[in-house]
Ligand binder design. Structure first.
Ligand SMILES: CCCCCCCCCCCCCCCCCCCCCC(=O)SCCNC(=O)CCNC(=O)[C@H](O)C(C)(C)COP(=O)(O)OP(=O)(O)OC[C@H]1O[C@@H](n2cnc3c(N)ncnc32)[C@H](O)[C@@H]1OP(=O)(O)O
Ligand SMILES: NC(=O)C1=CN([C@@H]2O[C@H](COP(=O)(O)OP(=O)(O)OC[C@H]3O[C@@H](n4cnc5c(N)ncnc54)[C@H](OP(=O)(O)O)[C@@H]3O)[C@@H](O)[C@H]2O)C=CC1
Length: 515
């Protein structure tokens, strides 16, 4: 019997960010392992023309929730979507809904955040700091609340090289930042942003660090814990390998590599690729929820959910495995054959960006124009280059995260819980995981049919032939132009031709003599 699964039975759980990548995996696991839980409240905003109910319906009817329906057929009744916008005061929750939340909630998992690296500081502060503060205030009014679990990121202190499971204070107090966002105008905020974020690379990591400080400062009598995952990737095992449904982190670059857009990337091949599968993050989160509620540690514990110190993989190994998988299982309608390499300095990066990213896009757009279609490749390539520049910081450095609390928690679990809520990253085989990740990208994100693989391979063969043809034509044209204009080139050409002729004559003569 799993103690953790048993603990969540009969509980009312509030999840923010439940429509996000991690939130969905968290909900799925909760329903699958504790189908007798009372209710999961999710704070959802209407989005992209969809009502709340439509959003929930879409999630519950997705492939991810197939297994849930077997063990928890009345899942629709156990999920209660509450209209909320975390950017608004009191989250714009109706009085009635607020009363229900305050009266019944037993556990809170706070996953919602803006994960955009380039978000405007005002918006990033609003969601990652102010909303966290407001949620803590709400939590302090919940008489039944047993634990509040805050999802942060292992990169909240990425300005340090070695990071312990402690909160590192930022120079300016979060409260001052929150206040100043209310009266400063956008232009001034833009001006002070670089100074505020200091040696962090973006507003995301900075505001996540401020969010942690808020959790610490507003803890009061609450039972709190913070989880810091590194780069969350597709699922490892549960509910099935390779599930992923958005392009954040490495996923977008895997797609770009598979489609042949991504040809080179500025990265340090030996730097640690601190990826962590989403199901490991979720298993740790649920174990932390149980531990915090039942054992009530005296202080707020921070748990690093990282892979680098226990089972490291590097970007070089990951890149090779991604490309090897695309060789066997290509994506449909690729732009070019999947082939990419790492560059290590600015000059080579600029060169390859011009030659293998920008030039083919310009040529393709020219072809589209000639055939009466709208050019789109240059725009797409510019977006890819922008994304690459945003991610570069994280693929050219390595960090060390201590995992004392995470290992301590593992030792507290029963063997059954260690199996059901497995977060032991040492058991993960990277090559197998990356292969399943790539397959998952094809199946669940791009929704491509496996029956289309022979056609995709045929398409790659056609692309290879076009590539050879194009290169040969380019060489011949260049050479023709050169020998037409340069006496030296003509001399070299005649020398090579006569040398080849002599060599062939000699070869023919000597083989005749032997006979
Ligand atoms: C041998 C060589 C082999 C090579 C083989 C290849 C192997 C693979 C190698 C692996 C190296 C992995 C490195 C990972 C490092 C991750 C570190 C994370 C650390 C922190 C982790 C966290 O704690 S937190 C989660 C991370 N948080 C994000 O990861 C958000 C990023 N994102 C944005 O900050 C905005 O997105 C941004 C980009 C500003 C655009 O912003 P923007 O306004 O210009 O445009 P939009 O956002 O509207 O997006 C416009 C279009 O870019 C598409 N797109 C969005 N993201 C994309 C993405 N990652 N890769 C591709 N494409 C992406 C999107 O799908 C749209 O496409 P479309 O228009 O067709 O729909
Ligand atoms: N993905 C990763 O690599 C990592 C993620 N993390 C952390 O994990 C958590 C979850 O990340 P992930 O699932 O990847 O992120 P997603 O971007 O997939 O999900 C973010 C969630 O927050 C919700 N949200 C955003 N703004 C609002 C708002 N104004 N009101 C209500 N809800 C809102 C989104 O709702 P909607 O669907 O309506 O947009 C969505 O459900 C975050 O705290 C992130 O910092 C940490 C380390 C790595």
């Amino acid at each position: 019997m799993s103690m953790i699964a048993d603990f969540y039975g009969g509980k009312s759980i509030l999840i923010t960010g439940a429509t996000g990548f991690l939130g969905k995996v968290l909900m799925e696991k909760l329903f699958r392992t504790s189908p007798d839980l009372r209710v999961i409240y999710i704070l959802v905003r209407p989005k992209a023309g969809q009502t709340l109910q439509q959003r929930v319906f879409q999630i519950l009817n997705s492939k991810l929730f197939e297994k849930v329906k077997e063990v928890c057929p009345n899942v629709h009744e156990k999920i209660r979507a509450i209209s909320a916008d975390l950017n608004q005061n009191d989250f714009a929750i109706s009085m009635q809904d607020m009363q229900e939340l305050l009266s019944y909630t037993d556990i809170i998992f706070h996953c919602a955040a803006t994960v955009r690296f380039d978000d405007h500081l005002r918006h990033a502060v609003q969601l990652n700091v102010t909303a966290t503060q407001q949620l803590l205030l709400m939590a302090s009014q919940m008489p039944n609340l047993k634990a509040f679990i805050h999802i942060s990121t292992a990169f909240s202190n990425c300005n340090l090289k070695h990071i312990d499971e402690v909160i590192y204070p930022c120079p300016v107090e979060p409260k001052k930042i929150i206040d100043s966002m209310e009266w400063l105008d956008d232009a001034i905020i833009d001006e002070i942003t670089p100074k505020l974020i200091g040696d962090r690379p973006n507003t995301y990591t900075y505001t996540k660090a401020l969010g942690e400080m808020v959790v610490q400062q507003e803890s009061g009598k609450l039972n709190l814990a913070i989880i810091r995952p590194s780069i969350v990737g597709a699922t490892w095992q549960e509910p099935f390998p390779g599930w992923v449904d958005n392009v954040n982190g490495p996923t977008g670059l895997i797609v770009a590599a598979g489609k042949g857009f991504l040809r080179s990337i500025r990265a340090t091949p030996m730097a640690v690729a601190d990826l962590i599968p989403a199901d490991i993050v979720v298993n740790l989160t649920l174990a932390v929820g149980w531990y915090t509620a039942v054992h009530r540690p005296k202080s707020t514990l921070i748990y690093h959910c990282t892979s680098g110190n226990l089972n490291p993989c590097n970007w070089g190994k990951m890149g090779i495995q991604v490309l090897a998988t695309f060789e066997k299982i290509p994506l449909e309608r690729a732009f070019r054959r999947p082939k990419a390499d790492f560059t290590t300095n600015n000059v080579t990066t600029q060169y390859w960006n011009a030659v293998s990213h920008r030039a083919p896009a310009i040529i393709y757009d020219f072809y589209l124009r000639l055939t009466g279609r709208k050019p789109r490749m240059t725009k797409l390539m510019n977006r890819l280059l922008r994304t690459l520049s945003m991610l570069e910081y994280f693929i050219n450095r390595s960090w060390e995260w201590s995992t004392y609390n995470t290992e301590m928690l593992m030792s507290k679990l029963t063997p059954e819980d260690q199996r059901v809520f497995n977060f032991d990253v040492r058991q993960l085989n990277w090559l197998e995981y990356i292969e399943n990740y790539v397959l998952g990208v094809k199946k669940y994100l791009l929704k491509e049919d496996m029956a289309g693989i022979p056609e995709a391979k045929q398409h790659l063969k056609r692309l290879r032939n076009i590539h050879y043809l194009f290169n040969t034509a380019l060489f011949l044209i260049a050479w023709r132009l050169l020998i037409a204009r340069s006496q030296v080139a003509r001399n070299v050409w005649f020398f090579i031709v006569s040398f080849c002729y002599k060599f062939l004559s000699y070869f023919r003569a000597s083989s005749t003599l032997k006979v």
